[in-house]
Ligand binder design. Structure first.
Ligand SMILES: Cc1ncc(COP(=O)(O)O)c(C=O)c1O
Length: 402
C-alpha cells in the first residue's frame, strides 16, 4: 500500500469494487478504438426524455428557477408524488412523508444510512441489484443473503425468509420488477412479507423503480397497497429515471413513515441538499403531464422482451426465465462453464462475459455482479436491429465453446 493509499478510510478500503467495471471499461476502450460493439449492458431506456418534460425544464431555466429549493424537494413535486401513489397504488401519503433525492439511488442510500446501525442485518434476495450490499456495508450493516432460483421464477420462499429473521434484522430490500431478473413478486408473497414485517417488527424497503415497466397488463402493487396496515413498516423508493427515460436528470424519491423520511432528509441536508431545481420541475411535468409515453415505452420493451427470450431459448445449452417487467433478461449459461474456446477457459460468468466482449463484441454484465454466477444479464433497452445483431453474434460465439 502506498503512503497516500494508507490515508484512505477503512470504510472505503473494505468496499468491494464493482465487477461490472472491468467489463464496462473494456467495452468503452474497444468502442473508442472504433470496434463495433453491441452494447447490451445498459441500465437505462434508449428512448429520449419526452418533449413536454424537456420543455418544462427549459421553462424553469428561463423563469430563473435556478436557486436552492427545500431540501426534501418543492412542495408541488411532493404533492404530485402523493397523487401518483394514490392513482397508481391507491395509497395515501402526505407531503411530509415524501423526500425527493438526486436519483432513486440517493434515496436508497439515505434511507439505509437512516435506519442501519453497525451490526444490523438487512436481508437481500439474490440475485440483487449491485448497489444494495455496498450501501448496507457502508452503513456498518451486514447483508444477509436469501437465495432465489429460476425454477421458482426467482420468487422468495417465505419459510427460508422466516429462518433468516433474527433480533438484529432491521430490514429487507425488495425489488419488483427486478433488476437483473425481471421477475415480479406475487401479490400473495408480498402480502405475507408485509404481515411478517408487522409481526416481527422489521422494515421493508420496496424499490419500485421499474413499477411502470411490466408486461402482465396489471397495475403495480407493493406491500403497502396490499396490506394497508403495513404502511409504517414500508419505505417506497422510486423515481423518474426508468419510467420517463430520465436517467441523467437524477430525480428519485422515498415515501414512508414520517420519522424515517425526516431522518433521510436530515442526511440529505448534510450531504447534497436539495435535488437539482430544474430537474424537479421536469419531474413535476413528468408526473402531471400525459402518461401515454410511459405506455408506449413499456409496449416497445415487451416486443423486445418477446424477441430476445425467443432467441435465447432457441440456443443450445441456454435457458432463461421470462422477464415480467423491467428491461433485462437473465439467462443461465452455467452449462458452458468448465469448457474452453481456443486457449480461453470459460470458468464462470466473468470469463464468459469477457469472451463475449473480446471475441463476439457483445457487452453484457456477468451474473457474479448480482451475486449469482450462473447467469449473464442482457439489457433489451436497445433497438430491434441491435438486439438481432447481438443475438446472432451470441449464438455464433456460443457454438465455438467446446
Ligand atoms: C433496481 C434499481 N434501483 C434503483 C436504481 C437507481 O436509479 P436512479 O438512476 O434513479 O438512481 C436502479 C438503476 O439502475 C436500479 O436498477
Amino acid at each position: 500500500m502506498s503512503s497516500i493509499e494508507s490515508l484512505l478510510s477503512d470504510r472505503v478500503l473494505k468496499l468491494k469494487p464493482s465487477p461490472t467495471l472491468a467489463i464496462d471499461a473494456k467495452a468503452k476502450m474497444l468502442k473508442a478504438q472504433g470496434i463495433d460493439i453491441v452494447n447490451l449492458s445498459a441500465g437505462e431506456p434508449d428512448f429520449d426524455t419526452p418533449k413536454h418534460i424537456k420543455e418544462a425544464a427549459i421553462e424553469a431555466i428561463n423563469q430563473g428557477f435556478t436557486k436552492y429549493t427545500p431540501v426534501a424537494g418543492i412542495v408541488e413535486l411532493r404533492e404530485a408524488i402523493c397523487n401518483k401513489l394514490k392513482t397508481d397504488y391507491d395509497i395515501e401519503y402526505s407531503v411530509e412523508e415524501i423526500v425527493v433525492s438526486t436519483g432513486g439511488k440517493q434515496g436508497l442510500f439515505n434511507v439505509i444510512q437512516a435506519i442501519v446501525n453497525p451490526g444490523d442485518e438487512v436481508i437481500i434476495p439474490v440475485p440483487y441489484w449491485v448497489s444494495y450490499p455496498p450501501m448496507v456495508e457502508l452503513a456498518g450493516g451486514r447483508p444477509v443473503y436469501l437465495q432465489t432460483y429460476p425454477e421458482d421464477n426467482f420468487s422468495i420462499d417465505i419459510d427460508s425468509l422466516k429462518k433468516l429473521i433474527t433480533q438484529k434484522t432491521k430490514a429487507i430490500i425488495l425489488n419488483s420488477p427486478s433488476n437483473p431478473t425481471g421477475a415480479i413478486y406475487s401479490e400473495e408473497l408480498l402480502t405475507e412479507i408485509a404481515k411478517l414485517s408487522i409481526e416481527k417488527n422489521f422494515l421493508i424497503i420496496t424499490d419500485d423503480i421499474y413499477d411502470q415497466i411490466r408486461f402482465d397488463g396489471k397495475s403495480p402493487y407493493n406491500c403497502v397497497s396490499l396490506v394497508k396496515e403495513s404502511k409504517d413498516h414500508v419505505i417506497i423508493a422510486n423515481g423518474v429515471s426508468k419510467t420517463y427515460a430520465m436517467t441523467g436528470w437524477r430525480i428519485g424519491y422515498l415515501a414512508g413513515p414520517q420519522p424515517i423520511i425526516k431522518a433521510a432528509t436530515k442526511i440529505q441536508s448534510q450531504s447534497t441538499s436539495n435535488p437539482n431545481s430544474i430537474a424537479q420541475k421536469a419531474a413535476l411535468s413528468a408526473f402531471t403531464g400525459p402518461q401515454d409515453c410511459v405506455k408506449e415505452m413499456a409496449k416497445a420493451f415487451k416486443e423486445r422482451r418477446d424477441y430476445i427470450v425467443n432467441r435465447l431459448n432457441n440456443m443450445e445449452n441456454v435457458s432463461t426465465t421470462i422477464p415480467e417487467g423491467a428491461f433485462y433478461v437473465f439467462p443461465d449459461f452455467s452449462k458452458f462453464y468448465g469448457k474452453s474456446v481456443g486457449d480461453k477457459k470459460i470458468e464462470g460468468s466473468l470469463s464468459l462475459a469477457d469472451y463475449l466482449l473480446e471475441d463476439a463484441k457483445i457487452a453484457a454484465v456477468p451474473g457474479v455482479a448480482f451475486g449469482d454466477d450462473h447467469f449473464i444479464r442482457f439489457s433489451f433497452a436497445t433497438d430491434m436491429e441491435n438486439l438481432k445483431k447481438g443475438m446472432d453474434r451470441l449464438e455464433a460465439a456460443l457454438k465455438e465453446i467446446k
